[in-house]
Design a protein around this ligand. Structure first.
Ligand SMILES: [Zn+2]
Length: 142
């Protein structure tokens, strides 16, 4: 059973996402980092509309400030007190292998300093660079 919690949206405004950027820059190749950074920069465009708290799972409902009817559900799984997995209803991670701005928004709220493993596609990491010397630019999604 999930309980709904009232949110004071002003609490989550002006998010900088600086701490996660330090981890992201170390994880992804420079080309992918440029794409991921754009998604991190989107965090200021979102607001929390609802948080549903369960025992192992917390669901954040995130909306765009400009289009509040457009909502995304971000599910966070916790083991003990740490974030084990995060999933967004936009499925950007599953399609592009890169976390979406909604995920970064929630990671910022959680003050996460590291990307959860589920948000790291090994294709785009520094470790994969030697295996794939020529990384093609991904077409921007509209
Ligand atoms: Zn998303």
């Amino acid at each position: 059973m999930l309980d709904s919690i009232a949110i004071h949206s002003t609490r989550f405004t002006e998010l900088e996402a600086d701490y996660i950027k330090k981890d992201v820059v170390a994880v992804f190749t420079p080309t992918i980092f440029d794409l991921v950074k754009q998604k991190i920069d989107y965090v200021s465009k979102y607001v929390i509309s609802e948080i549903l708290v369960g025992f192992y799972l917390t669901a954040y409902v995130v909306a765009m400030k400009e289009k509040k009817q457009r909502k995304f559900h971000i599910d966070c799984e916790f083991t003990e007190s740490s974030l084990a997995a995060i999933h967004c209803s936009c499925c950007n991670m599953e399609c592009d292998g890169m976390p979406c701005g909604h995920i970064f928004y929630v990671l910022n709220i959680l003050r996460a300093e590291k990307l959860p493993k589920c948000c790291i596609d090994s294709r785009w990491t520094m470790g994969a660079k030697s295996a794939f010397p020529c990384i093609q630019k991904q077409a921007a999604r509209t």
